[in-house]
Design a protein around this ligand. Structure first.
Ligand code: NAD
Length: 443
């Protein structure tokens, strides 16, 4: 089937490549010329396990093309995916300018009927806005061409995006149009063989499903962080509590890890956007507001540990930082906890020696030649001459480090762990002062 994908980001590139891999004929279009040129040379703009070979294979086979030519792109696909960014506006609501710009481009260039599929995360009612935009432009053109706007939110996890798209848990299709439903079923049939994963519903419910999913996950994290703060003050160990509650099948073990706050391009902006949607309809979303507030506090926690440890005299200290990305297996640093920590440290006159397996280039792109930031090539190099080690991201290569090397390299035998990677008893035996999240020991 012929597919066009607008937006070659984490969602658009992965979905485009995955759809091509099962045999669809896919054109990915972006306004970013450099990105498109690089992709044509085999340079993949993001780090995502398994993505490079998937893109290369399908590009070579001719089933996956990249372009900036929107007229060609609109002409190509019977399906037009919108997978552009929906960043937060100043008031926290989702900014729809990119989505509506794509709608306009499609409307200006379409000559045949299209199914327009919204994959971007968008507030309830956006499909209506996209429809309106297309109708207006078609009316200006004096043309009547059939189209339908379907909501098909994306649930991939960065770091596991290829696998998530190849083997989705569910495929939400928001439409009441039977023809669109059939076409969507045909498009996704290769991913729907094991059992029926397609859940069809009305458009508004599909739009809300995406926000409800992300807000539920963010709620689980903030809930555990709240418990971890209580555990810390009450002399309990949140890791024991986590084991204790996860054993209840109604709760389960998944996604109940305490830490130094959630980041990324989705949870922070989607919680904010749903709060905003609720405010607009005069509803006070008390749980969502609390989720955001707890997360905001949690992201400051590592700095607070350090500040208390050094009794406010953090100026001139050098912090070895392991992990810059907002979670492992990605180079994405959007809203990462590491950024909150580094910026606080710089404000207070400390220096950072940082290492991340994949996010170094991204960090360089964000901060450039920043005073107080040294990016180093290995986790061991980050320790040299530093006062303390802080961990922001739970990359697997940080799981079993050489603790003797850590002790010998640091000026002070001190680890501040934002992801609870180590056993406090082992640390004690090794003579390392160890501060983790909610483990019964506050600084
Ligand atoms: P991204 O920022 O990585 O990529 C967006 C791309 O769209 C960019 O390359 C940009 O140049 C391009 N673009 C902007 N305007 C365009 C236009 N008019 N025509 C063509 N291309 C245009 O974004 P992303 O992380 O892929 O997210 C896209 C959407 O999917 C967002 O709404 C996001 O909330 C949602 N989402 C993201 C994830 C995730 O893990 N990243 C998961 C699920 C859903």
């Amino acid at each position: 089937m012929k597919v066009t994908v607008f937006g070659i980001g984490y969602v658009g590139l992965v979905q485009g490549a995955v759809l091509a891999s099962v045999g669809h004929d896919v054109v990915c279009v972006d306004v970013d010329e450099e990105k498109v040129k690089n992709l044509e040379k085999g340079i993949i703009p993001i780090y995502e396990p398994g993505l490079t070979s998937l893109v290369e294979d399908n590009y070579q086979s001719g089933r996956l093309k990249f372009t900036t030519d929107s007229k060609f792109a609109v002409g190509h696909g019977d399906f037009q995916f919108i997978a552009v960014g929906t960043p937060p506006d100043e008031d926290g609501s989702a900014d729809l300018k990119y989505v509506l710009a794509v709608a306009e481009t499609i409307a200006k260039n379409m000559q045949t009927p299209k199914i327009i599929i919204n994959k971007s995360t968008v507030p309830v009612g956006t499909a209506d806005k996209v429809s309106e935009k297309i109708k207006t432009v078609l009316a200006e053109r004096g043309e009547v061409i059939d189209f339908d706007v379907v909501s098909n939110p994306e649930f991939l996890k960065e770091g596991a995006a290829v696998n998530d798209c190849l083997k989705p848990d569910r495929i939400i299709v928001g439409t009441v149009n039977k023809h669109s439903e059939e076409m969507m079923r045909e498009l996704y049939a290769p991913f729907n063989r094991n059992h029926d994963k397609i859940i069809v519903m009305d458009v508004r419910s599909a739009e809300l499903t995406k926000y409800a999913a992300n807000c539920m996950l963010a709620t689980k994290i903030s809930f555990m962080n709240e418990m971890s703060n209580l555990a810390e003050k009450l002399g309990a160990d949140i890791e024991a509590v986590r084991h204790g509650i996860g054993s209840d099948p109604r709760i389960g073990y998944q996604f109940i890890y305490p830490g130094c706050g959630y980041g990324g391009s989705c949870f922070p902006k989607d919680v904010q956007a749903l709060v905003r949607t609720a405010n607009d309809i005069d509803y006070k979303p008390s749980i969502l507001e609390a989720v955001e507030e707890v997360n905001y506090r949690q992201k400051n926690k590592l700095f607070e540990y350090l500040d208390r440890h050094y009794q406010g005299a953090i100026e001139g200290k050098t912090i070895a930082l392991w992990g810059l990305s907002f979670k492992p297996n990605t180079d994405d640093m959007r809203e990462a906890s590491s950024r909150v920590l580094m910026e606080k440290l710089w404000e207070n006159g400390a220096k950072v020696q940082a290492y991340d397996p994949e996010a170094m280039e991204e960090c360089q792109r964000i901060y450039g030649q920043k005073d107080g930031l040294t990016l180093v090539g290995t986790k061991e190099a980050a320790l040299k001459g530093a006062d303390v080690l802080v961990i922001c991201t739970e990359w697997s290569q940080f799981r079993a480090p050489d603790f003797d090397l850590i002790s010998n390299s640091l000026n002070e035998k001190l680890i501040v762990d934002g992801r609870n990677m180590y056993d406090p008893n082992t640390m004690e035996k090794k003579g390392i002062a160890y501060y983790a999240i909610g483990r019964g020991r506050s600084v």
